[in-house]
Write a protein that binds this ligand. Structure first.
Ligand SMILES: Cc1ncc(COP(=O)(O)O)c(C=O)c1O
Length: 407
């Protein structure tokens, strides 16, 4: 390695790269420069625009010069709007010093892990999971304990698995419901059963990544640990944001609700990295949280229709199996039977990465291989796309698989 290449990567970064999902998105965009028909089902963001009232609030923030540094971990006004949201939607009371705002839920998660993990500390992560968790835990000096959760168990962690994964070094259980990539949802009973185990481990906290709270198709209302088990609330950190619920991925606003001590140490991390989240985005986020909420149900209904469409279409492809997800906007399709076919082996398509590449380059459909989420043999397809795009993508994938199976 030459000297500069060596200087440009510290030991902390060994084994950590740019997120595979971001890399695939870039590859799909590059392919689209020469092929206009590329359909990207790899991104994790709603295809709907930010609501007009929210955009106008952002424009107004610029026109009224709300363009300076703000309080380090968010303005008092946005903290108040978040507290109102947590009370209204989750029945939870938090004080202003129990809220921290960062540049997206992603930064908030990073702050929590950087602020609390010492070398060797363990974080239990039910898998399949958003792989960013694993890299962040590693960057923060901790160790991720991945616990495989099977499709038969609804991709959910059982109390027995949780009990078996706990050690004296366990610091956090990281729950994500609805889940990226499986859409699995932990209901009240599931959370209560996990809490039973947590009561035997008082030093273990829960990071509850609720970012897909509003993309939920279950008839039962959204459940989050702090609300279901008030005795556990002091050791729960809720992570949420406006990205997915209000189509505001580019505005970068996420938040945490937790005990004041953690909020204070998260502020230390943020003060030495990015400082305050964008002042304009914070004003827009207040409008998102306090303004009309009908958009949430309208968009959820659209996602539900698309979910039904994509899952039916995937199951109509030979040797592909896909469960109906209860939340989020991803179909997590089981490709293992297809990948086991001799016709694919003969064509050197031996795993989910090769299949993902085939679909991208031969069918012009971008997806994400399951290995990115700790579950090789699967593909994740985002259905945050129009009906037409979903239908076209499915048609091309079906034809692509039929071609593969021909000889
Ligand atoms: C599970 C999960 N948590 C958190 C995030 C981060 O969201 P934000 O845009 O608020 O950083 C994502 C984004 O894809 C996600 O999938």
């Amino acid at each position: 390695m030459d000297r500069w290449a060596e200087f440009s990567r510290s030991a902390k970064l060994i084994g950590i790269g740019v997120s595979e999902i971001i890399r695939i998105g870039a590859e799909a965009r590059k392919l689209a420069e020469t092929h206009q028909d590329v359909i990207s089902l790899s991104a994790g963001e709603p295809d709907f625009p930010t609501p007009d009232n929210v955009k106008l609030a952002g424009i107004n923030a610029i026109l009224t010069n709300q363009t300076r540094y703000t309080a380090l971990d968010g303005t008092a006004e946005l903290k108040a709007a978040i507290r109102r949201k947590l009370k209204r939607e989750n029945g939870l009371d938090y004080a202003a010093n129990e809220i921290s705002i960062g540049a997206g839920a992603k930064q908030v998660l990073f702050n929590i892990l950087m602020a609390t993990l010492d070398p060797g500390d363990e974080v239990i992560v039910p898998s399949p999971c958003w792989t960013t968790y694993l890299d962040m835990i590693r960057l923060a000096g901790g160790t991720a304990t991945m616990v495989p959760c099977s499709a038969d168990a609804g991709f959910r962690l059982s109390p027995k698995q949780l009990a078996a994964a706990l050690t004296s070094r366990t610091r956090w259980l990281l729950l994500n419901s609805p889940s990226n990539p499986t859409g699995a949802v932990y209901g009240t009973a599931h959370l209560a059963a996990l809490a039973e185990v947590l009561r035997t481990a008082p030093g273990v906290g829960v990071i509850s990544d609720d970012i897909y709270e509003h993309v939920l198709y279950d008839s039962a209302p959204f459940a989050t640990m702090a609300a279901i088990c008030p005795d556990i609330k002091p050791r729960v950190v809720i992570v949420n944001g406006v990205s997915k619920a209000y189509s505001m991925t580019g505005w970068r606003v996420g938040y945490a609700a937790a005990a004041p001590d953690i909020i204070a140490t998260m502020a230390v991390v943020q003060s030495q990295s990015s400082s305050n989240p964008c002042s304009i985005s914070q004003v827009a986020a207040i409008e998102a949280l306090d303004g009309p909420q009908d958009i949430i149900t309208e968009r959820r209904d659209a996602f539900r229709r698309r979910r039904d469409r994509i899952v039916a279409g995937l199951n109509a492809i030979p040797h592909v199996h896909c469960l109906l997800p209860d939340g989020a906007f991803y179909a997590f399709a089981d490709m293992r039977t297809l990948l086991a076919r001799p016709e694919l082996k003969r064509k050197d398509i031996a795993d989910d990465t090769a299949l993902c590449r085939y679909f991208l380059h031969e069918c012009h459909v971008a997806s994400v291989p399951g290995f990115c989420f700790g579950e090789p043999g699967y593909l994740r397809l985002s259905y945050a796309a129009s009906d037409r795009m979903i239908d076209d993508a499915l048609e091309r994938m079906k034809a692509g698989v039929e071609r593969l199976l021909k000889y």
